[in-house]
Design a protein around this ligand. Structure first.
Ligand code: RP5
Length: 177
């Protein structure tokens, strides 16, 4: 008898074994936000593993991911989720790899639900929580990069240059009159 989809064993996950950083999100619908984190990792040449891992729809995969993150020695996990956003907190429970949580804006509560779900962790299991939306995603990546740069002089120089360009752009701003 052919096993039903429900009975069949899932394929083992295939990970990027060069990754220093993991980027996960609860749904492909989070990508519009999370791409802002990935763009920065690419800009700074930080190798990453990217995937959808849903805490609620793929709980066993999430556990496998947490075990892999520890085994791989990831330096950080950037985890985005919206609504009842349990993915960052559950990953923080599954691995000691630092988790950087990104609240994705939800349709009905504008991401305030996501923010509170991610930020209100119990003592002992921290998630560094960023702003709702694309700025939060970008800042999560920049914070990971800043952490990596403390032990990587090349990355530190790139980050200093990035900050200088940002300062120059701000100084060049003029108020439209
Ligand atoms: C969360 O539910 C995801 O992180 C996403 O933000 C939200 C909605 O997911 P979809 O219904 O769009 O797949 O788990």
């Amino acid at each position: 008898m052919t096993p039903s989809t429900h009975d069949s064993q899932p394929e083992p996950l295939v990970f990027n074994d060069t990754a220093q950083v993991g980027v996960v999100m609860g749904s492909a619908s989070d990508w519009e936000t999370m791409q802002h984190a990935v763009d920065l990792l690419k800009t700074f040449d930080v190798p990453y593993d990217l995937r959808v891992v849903s805490a609620h729809r793929m709980p066993h995969d999430m556990a496998e991911y947490g075990a892999w993150a520890t085994h791989q020695g990831l330096r950080a996990i950037i985890a985005g989720a919206g609504g009842a956003a349990h993915l960052p907190g559950m990953l923080a429970a599954l691995t000691a790899v630092p988790v950087f949580g990104v609240p994705v804006a939800s349709r009905y509560l504008r991401g305030e639900d996501s923010l509170l779900s991610i930020v209100q962790m119990p003592r002992g299991v921290p998630v560094a929580t960023f702003a709702i939306g694309e700025s939060g995603a970008a800042n999560a990546a920049l914070h990971v990069i800043a952490n990596l740069a403390t032990t990587d002089a090349t990355l530190a120089a790139k980050l200093a240059s990035f900050r200088q360009q940002q300062t120059d752009a701000a100084r060049a701003m003029r108020v439209p009159t």
